[in-house]
Design a protein around this ligand. Structure first.
Ligand SMILES: Cc1cc2nc3c(=O)[nH]c(=O)nc-3n(C[C@H](O)[C@H](O)[C@H](O)COP(=O)(O)OP(=O)(O)OC[C@H]3O[C@@H](n4cnc5c(N)ncnc54)[C@H](O)[C@@H]3O)c2cc1C
Length: 489
């Protein structure tokens, strides 16, 4: 691409832009990259360590990725797909550590076993069935199951101490799970981009996107006034700010999308003996009618070298789409094209609405009661409530024009493939690598063929399934586990 115009503009300095910029800088070192970030540092919204649970989602513990089938049996294809995606992520991180672009492990990634944990006879039977469906898959061959409280207590004392004798419990255990500081990761990637020639504009809020010849004119508000920058390709990686920017761009692909903000909250403890009693991440089963992102989980975290536990997520509500956003965000996002789908969603998702109202109005005692479902011995004095990040729940239009909640990550690409954006937050930061590779494939289709070999230098399994025991796959799993300091392969 030519001079005078930025080749690639990244809006937002969270994990998504940081990952895309890193891939593009590797593939096209001569392209100019400019990053626009409204705050005074990178990764201060959802990617910040305390604004998410830090789970490297690999399908080892998230029961909501599996679907019970009407005639019996469980469909675990999504758990396998998410695990495959995490292997792509592991490979990129490991290649970047080897090249000195990311700091050596442990650091942003810490080995933290993943457990699924349930109570009650019906749930114990379900967990056994879930484990049976997964354990024959090569990627889940090391997943252990136990319904013995003594064994579960060895994995995590917190889950069993203080529990009524005889209460049916069961857990699965995967040693190669991870806890990830996505904030530290995004900052390290942005610093490396900056050091290799990308231009980082902090305190620079993008307010408008207009078509300009073959590319886009970006209007951004800086400390000194309003400025414009032409760009050939724009990635809208603005998290909760993406919907509004995609709407401003006027691309037809963004029409019909709406968003509903849900704030996250976590209980946190830093009491050393409590933290030491739970060296794992344990995910429970979401209540009926509650979306998967509402499944309770108790997470061991390592942030800036300090260990803690988080429990949640609890939901809160205000109309802002970003923590640093405006109370007018929700109102401003309403358009003639999305009001219908938004009203349909409100009408069709009464259970979800009831769940949100219950969550928002829950007292501290109720929140502690929820924690004691996983950790019966939890004591009020050890725990404080912290505000996490925002999720903007995407509302889309189905083929019949009706509205529906979209729980995944929606990639939106303009005609001409010169603007792309990301909506939605699940499974989130841990899928940044595969999602950004998909973006490269879809938005740069004419170049992607020439990029596959250089991409394989970073992600050797590109285009191949890792769910196999073939030697090449075992070698990749072993090598990335070693570089990332993770258990097993
Ligand atoms: C409670 C909670 C728990 C979660 N737990 C997990 C988890 O355990 N594992 C996981 O993988 N994911 C998790 N996620 C999801 C994950 O945090 C997000 O998917 C991910 O951080 C999104 O990254 P991003 O780069 O798209 O957005 P962000 O990190 O939000 O970055 C967007 C950036 O854009 C900037 N910006 C916004 N508007 C503008 C503008 N107009 N101009 C310039 N800059 C702008 C913002 O300031 C921000 O820096 C969780 C999310 C929440 C809320």
């Amino acid at each position: 691409m030519g001079s005078g115009t930025t080749d690639v503009a990244l809006i937002g300095a969270g994990i998504m832009s940081a990952t895309l910029g890193t891939l593009i800088q590797h593939l096209e070192p001569d392209w100019s990259i400019e990053i626009f970030e409204s705050l005074d540092g990178a990764a201060q919204e959802s990617s910040n360590a305390w604004h998410n649970a830090g789970t490297g989602h690999a399908g080892f513990c998230e029961l909501d990725y599996a679907t019970p089938l009407p005639g019996g049996g469980i469909d675990v294809s999504k758990s396998i797909a998410i695990n495959e995606q995490f292997h792509v992520t592991r490979q990129l991180w490991s290649a970047l550590i080897t090249r000195g672009i990311l700091p050596a492990a442990p650091g942003f990634v810490n080995p933290t076993p993943h457990l699924a944990f349930v109570t009650g006879a019906e749930n114990v039977a379900y967990l056994r069935q879930w484990h049976d469906a997964l354990r024959t898959e090569p990627l889940f061959a090391n997943l252990q199951f136990s319904d013995d409280p003594a064994q579960i207590g060895e994995w995590s004392r917190a889950l069993v101490d203080g529990r009524a004798p005889g209460e049916p419990v069961a857990a699965t255990y995967e040693a190669s799970g991870t806890d990830v500081d996505y904030g530290a990761l995004a900052r390290a990637l942005i610093d490396a981009l900056d050091a290799r020639g990308a231009k980082l504009n902090l305190r620079s809020r993008v307010t408008d996107l207009r078509r300009d010849g073959e590319g886009w004119m970006i209007t951004h508000r800086t400390r000194t006034g309003i400025a414009t920058t032409p760009a050939r390709f724009v990635f809208v990686g603005a998290g909760g700010g993406s919907l509004r920017l995609l709407q401003r761009s006027g691309i037809p692909e963004a029409r019909g999308y709406g968003g509903f903000p849900v704030s996250g909250k976590f209980l946190r403890t830093r009491t050393p003996e409590v933290v030491a009693s739970h060296p794992v991440k344990a995910y429970g089963k979401a209540e009926k009618g509650v979306p998967g992102l509402g499944a309770p989980h108790l997470d061991h975290r390592t942030v800036d070298g300090e260990d803690s536990l988080l429990f949640g997520p609890f939901a809160g509500w205000d109309p802002r789409f970003l923590k640093s956003g405006s109370r007018l965000d929700l109102f401003r996002s309403i358009r003639p094209g999305n009001i219908g789908p938004m009203l349909t969603v409100a009408k069709d998702n009464f259970d979800l609405l009831k769940y949100l109202i219950r969550e928002i109005t829950a007292s501290h005692d109720k929140q502690m009661l929820a924690l004691r479902g996983l950790m019966p011995s939890a004591v009020d004095a050890d725990w404080e409530m912290i505000d996490a990040g925002k999720r903007v729940q995407v509302i889309g239009r189905d083929a019949t024009g009706r509205g529906g909640l979209q729980f995944g990550t929606e990639l939106v690409i303009s005609p001409g493939n010169n603007l792309a954006g990301l909506l939605g937050a699940s499974p989130g930061a841990s899928t940044a690598v595969p999602v950004m590779i998909r973006l490269l494939q879809e938005a740069f289709g004419d170049r992607y063929g020439g990029w596959t070999e250089p991409l394989r230098e970073l992600v050797p399994s590109l285009g191949r399934s890792m769910n196999t025991d073939d030697d090449w796959a075992l070698e990749i799993r072993r090598a990335t586990a070693e570089t990332l300091g993770l258990a097993g392969a």
